[in-house]
Design a protein around this ligand. Structure first.
Ligand SMILES: [Zn+2]
Length: 318
């Protein structure tokens, strides 16, 4: 079996100090040589060793390996970034900001900003999903605690289901190739319009879509093959007579369970404002389950290109 993890001893050998961390970040981001942040010229820059930055020979301006990424103008050592990235991508369901703060010896607020910036680097452009694509929705937060039924409830109207469809909990639409990648998108409602907009440009014309029996999915039949299983009749898998295909949504429900366990077991609380980044982290890890830890780290650095995240965006009220 191929080993995909990176031991702590191997990590420390790879990142012994700040200079080694900077060199690693530069090689990961610029495989073809330093690329000027200002004019885009490749491999035409001179390193200013004393300041850890580069001067472009074409435009004369200076730039660093963090420019234009969520690490832009960071005050933290790159070695700390490397340690945080390693801890996050090597954890099967992520790591909380509190834990990161304890392990790296950072104030909680610093660890919180660090982890959200790393999550921003995990965000990916919408993939084009093909083949059998299972689609389902899931709530992105921890379910409300069950409360003991009081006597008062017996007299009043039946309480609405706090966990089912129709609540105001933050919603995610999840589309998963049966043998490949997943895609997540925050949606405002379970309605047809919201689902249709979230799937814009995500499905290949040849994709065969499989869903549960939610009526909002029926419109997908207009443009492509759509097969459904009716969960309300306790049917979870069937064989379609016309095509012989096995119809179920087990793959997407498996991802939803993975995300739910991360939210409940690791993060405990996910605000609607930041839900997209937590879901993006889960999708990034899910899509790279077979990649090595180092490959995941390099993917993350390359994904960060152009994804600057201003501090006031992170902390402003939703
Ligand atoms: Zn330049």
């Amino acid at each position: 079996m191929r080993r995909t993890n990176l031991t702590l001893r191997e990590f420390n050998a790879l990142f012994p100090d700040e200079d080694a961390a900077r060199t690693w970040f530069e090689r990961a981001r610029w495989p073809d040589g330093p690329t000027c942040y200002h004019c885009g010229v490749v491999n035409e820059a001179r390193r200013i060793e004393s300041r850890g930055i580069w001067r472009c020979r074409a435009c004369g301006r200076q730039f660093s390996v963090t420019a234009g990424t969520p690490m832009h103008k960071t005050h933290l050592p790159l070695l700390t970034w490397a340690q945080a990235i390693y801890l996050i991508v090597s954890s099967s369901k992520g790591i909380s900001s509190m834990k990161l703060s304890e392990m790296l010896g950072l104030p909680y607020s610093t660890a919180w900003h660090l982890s959200h910036r790393i999550r921003a680097m995990m965000a990916e452009d919408s993939p084009l999903l093909a083949g059998v694509v299972e689609i389902d929705e899931t709530y992105g937060d921890a379910p409300p605690r069950k409360r003991a039924k009081s006597r008062r409830d017996d007299d009043g109207p039946p309480p609405s289901d706090p966990t089912g469809r129709g609540t105001k909990r933050p919603l995610l639409l999840v589309a998963a190739e049966r043998d490949g990648d997943v895609f997540t998108s925050i949606i405002p409602t379970h309605g047809r319009k919201a689902i249709s907009e979230a799937l814009q440009g995500v499905l290949d014309a040849s994709a065969v879509v499989m869903t549960d029996g939610l009526p909002a999915y029926k419109h997908l039949r207009k443009d492509r093959a759509h097969l459904a299983v009716n969960h309300s009749q306790r049917k979870y898998a069937r064989t379609d007579e016309a095509t012989g295909r096995r119809v179920h949504v087990n793959r997407v429900e498996s991802f939803n369970g993975f995300l739910g366990r991360a939210v409940v077991g690791v993060f405990h609380f996910v605000s609607p404002k930041h839900l997209g980044r937590y879901a993006g982290e889960a999708a990034f890890c899910w899509n790279r389950k077979k990649s090595s830890c180092l490959d995941r780290m390099v993917s993350l650095i390359r994904n960060g290109e152009g994804r600057m995240l201003p501090c006031d965006f992170l902390t402003a009220a939703a």
